[in-house]
Design a protein around this ligand. Structure first.
Ligand code: A3P
Length: 302
């Protein structure tokens, strides 16, 4: 993710050079509006804020990476019976341009993002669009990140990558970090404006999937009818979007994303508490203490 300097406007160049920057274990990283981005993603964020025009019916799936984005996307698509693809605003659509062609999108348009709420809301200001956020226990996010990064870097799953991922997560200096700012931005948003921002938890989606998918359907404005419920529609959607079913689809077995990541890497175990099998008690304590401190007073329990 290197900065393509050649076609940057003077304005963008000046802005970027004024931003705090540092290096994490994967490379140069910039802080914009409180969130850390690798160079290309940063350009995507800037393009998005500059060029995005919201529509009233837009729906955005938001998350910190490795928190259940793929699952929530599948459920949303299944619920709305729409196109199979939910592009990321900053890392797909707006990556290279502030004026991508969105005319082919039928409404409701579906987008996804890992940006924090205040950054996402710059163009969405005063728009009644709906935002669904999925949040996950940070320890499981870390382990999921570790496996994903190993696959991405085509390296063995080794301790040193776990440790650098842990450091980056705990310091907040890392891809889309700090995670607590990401989570808290949507948590507070959901308390202030529950009609437009839904806060979901990966763990609840696992422990009470039917209740959570009904909650999502209601929020999206497509609640299940009584007949649908009696006809087993809820279970059918859950089955269609289960890790087993998604990961056995041909496109997910053989396909790759635009930046060359195999789709299969987005499906691993999908369990709650897998971190217990990989983190030492010291690592777990360190994360728990940081999160407790960061979430103090917010009303968010994790
Ligand atoms: P694990 O690595 O813990 O298994 P994201 O989609 O945000 O990148 O998150 C990836 C995590 O979600 C991975 O977690 C992956 O296995 C899990 N996941 C993907 N699809 C899922 C599904 N349909 N149901 C439950 N978990 C799923």
């Amino acid at each position: 993710d290197h900065l393509r300097e050649d076609n940057l406007s003077e304005e963008t160049r000046t802005l970027i050079s004024s931003l705090p920057s540092t290096k994490d274990f994967l490379g140069k990283i910039y802080n914009y509006q409180g969130c850390w981005y690798y160079p290309n993603t940063l350009l995507g964020v800037l393009n998005f804020q500059k060029g995005f025009k919201p529509q009233e019916t837009d729906i955005v799936i938001a998350s910190f990476p490795k928190s259940g984005t793929t699952w929530l996307k599948a459920l949303t698509v299944a619920l709305l019976e729409r196109s199979k693809y939910i592009p990321f605003l900053e890392t797909n659509l707006y990556l290279n341009s502030s004026t991508p062609d969105l005319t082919k999108f039928s409404s409701p348009r579906l987008f996804s993002t890992h940006m924090p709420l205040h950054t996402l809301q710059v163009p969405f200001k005063d728009s009644p669009c709906k935002i669904v956020y999925v949040c996950r226990d940070v320890k499981d996010v870390l382990v999921s990140q570790w496996y994903f990064r190993s696959a991405y870097l085509q390296k063995e799953v080794d301790k040193s990558l776990l440790e650098s991922s842990l450091d980056s997560l705990c310091s907040g200096v890392g891809y889309f970090g700090p995670i607590w700012e990401n989570v808290l931005s949507y948590w507070r948003g959901s308390l202030e404006d529950p009609e437009h921002i839904l806060f979901m938890r990966y763990e609840e989606m696992k422990s009470e999937p039917a209740a959570q998918v009904k909650r999502l359907a209601e929020f999206l404005g497509c609640p299940f009818t009584e007949e649908e419920e009696e006809g087993g529609s809820v279970d059918k959607i859950l089955e269609l979007c289960s890790l087993r079913s998604l990961s056995s689809m041909e496109i997910n077995k053989t396909g790759k994303t635009s930046n060359n990541v195999h789709h299969s890497n987005f499906f691993r175990k999908g369990e709650v508490g897998d971190s217990k099998n990989h983190l030492t008690p010291e690592m777990e304590n360190k994360i728990d203490m940081i999160m407790e401190e960061k979430y103090k007073g917010s009303g968010l329990k994790y």
